[in-house]
Design a protein around this ligand. Structure first.
Ligand SMILES: [Zn+2]
Length: 388
């Protein structure tokens, strides 16, 4: 066990110093080349989740990427031991070879944590303490959603995280969208206010919300399985059928299946939602994605979605953190109306973000203004909130 028996081993830089409100692409080992192509821009990075029982392969691929010099942005490796039917629990010791493998590559060290089940406060504390003893690591916290939504559990989580004083990377378990759960956004905001750097992994559009509210980095999955952590079914069933991929409709801040986009575009051609100027779409309307051959559709949907998210991030972060937060709130409100325009059900997460943010007092907003916008000089004064 890499339990720090030799004492803390602080590295030359902190484990999160390479991040600056970074929007990361979260992929599997087979998608590294494609993800690198999309994520090769300022304020970006990569998270690679190892396939079950193939963690050595993940390290080997990361080694090749680092040595090739093709990717000059932060790279995180996620062992994924918290997922699947045979997953480890929070008290499972970290693996020396996994921790040391990341150190040898000069990567930020992410613990190969097990799953933190509902109510497992002892496991949570054990995991945070083991991370603190490493001295140079980020505690990966794969959490049952009740840790954010339950009042008592949230209080325990935030107290333990603040006491441990180590950077944390959250992975949230949910069958669909964790931030659609009542209290999840509020819980995230409280963790972000703990005084330690917080990363959010395996996420979707809510990654932007987290960055607007002070997250050090947030990662968007290339496929649905990497946009949150699926619960383990009580009885193993057949693998889910692979249907049409989903793509982001930018102004709606939501993923929709490409066939749904094409059908809705035909019904509401004047909705002002369909033309996309991203590098992948190049000014075409989004229904073009559904007309692509099946083997190309998923790849193009992922490229389009990430590029739209990077463009949104760049636009929102032109201003200071409190203003980017207000901009995110305004965009969520606008997206709710956009859904009504095309008679789509409003994703729960939009309403949760929209109702959670205005409740924050101005003093807390000011306290959060600790970082500068990405890629632009510090603002001299308040910036207007602009919804594009
Ligand atoms: Zn596009």
């Amino acid at each position: 066990m890499a339990d720090g028996s030799a004492g803390p081993r602080p590295g030359p830089v902190g484990p999160v110093d390479c991040f600056d409100r970074s929007l990361l692409v979260h992929c599997g080992p087979a998608q590294i080349a494609e993800a690198v192509a999309v994520a090769d821009q300022p304020g970006s990075g990569l998270v690679v989740t190892a396939s079950a029982d193939r963690r050595q392969n993940c390290l080997d691929q990361a080694r090749r990427l680092v040595r090739s010099g093709r990717f000059g942005h932060p790279l995180l490796l996620d062992a994924g031991r918290y997922a699947g039917a045979g997953r480890c629990d929070a008290r499972t010791p970290f693996s020396d070879w996994w921790i040391d493998g990341q150190r040898e590559l000069g990567l930020p060290v992410l613990t190969d944590s097990g799953y933190v089940a509902a109510g497992d406060a002892a496991g949570l504390w054990h995991l945070l303490q083991a991370t603190a003893r490493l001295g140079d690591a980020i505690a990966l916290l794969p959490l049952h959603i009740s840790w954010l939504t339950g009042t008592g559990a949230r209080r325990t989580l935030t107290r333990y995280v603040a006491l441990a004083g180590v950077p944390v990377a959250l992975v949230l378990e949910h069958p669909a969208d964790p931030f659609a759960e009542p209290g999840a956004v509020e819980g995230l905001l409280e963790v972000l206010d703990c005084g330690v750097p917080v990363l959010l992994l395996r996420c979707d559009v809510s990654a932007l919300g987290a960055l607007c509210c002070g997250a050090t980095a947030a990662a968007v999955g290339t496929v649905p399985a990497l946009r949150h952590l699926y619960p383990v079914p009580p009885v193993p069933g057949p693998a889910p059928r692979v249907g049409r991929p989903s793509a982001i409709v930018g102004r709606c801040l939501a993923y929709r299946r490409t066939d749904v986009i094409a059908r809705t575009r035909a019904l509401f051609p004047e909705a002002g939602l369909w033309t996309c100027d991203c590098e992948t779409c190049d000014g075409r309307d989004l229904s073009w994605l559904d007309r692509q051959p099946q083997h190309r559709r998923s790849l193009l949907a992922f490229r389009h979605s990430l590029r739209v998210l990077y463009a949104l991030r760049d636009d929102i972060f032109r201003s200071s953190l409190p203003n980017s937060r207000l901009s995110w709130h305004a965009r969520c409100r606008d997206a709710i109306w956009r859904h009504a325009d095309v008679r789509w059900p409003v994703p729960g997460m939009l309403r949760r973000w929209e109702t959670a943010l205005p409740a924050l007092p101005v003093t807390r907003l000011a306290r959060l203004d600790r970082s500068r916008p990405v890629g632009v000089p510090p603002a001299n004064g308040p910036q207007p909130v602009r919804v594009v």
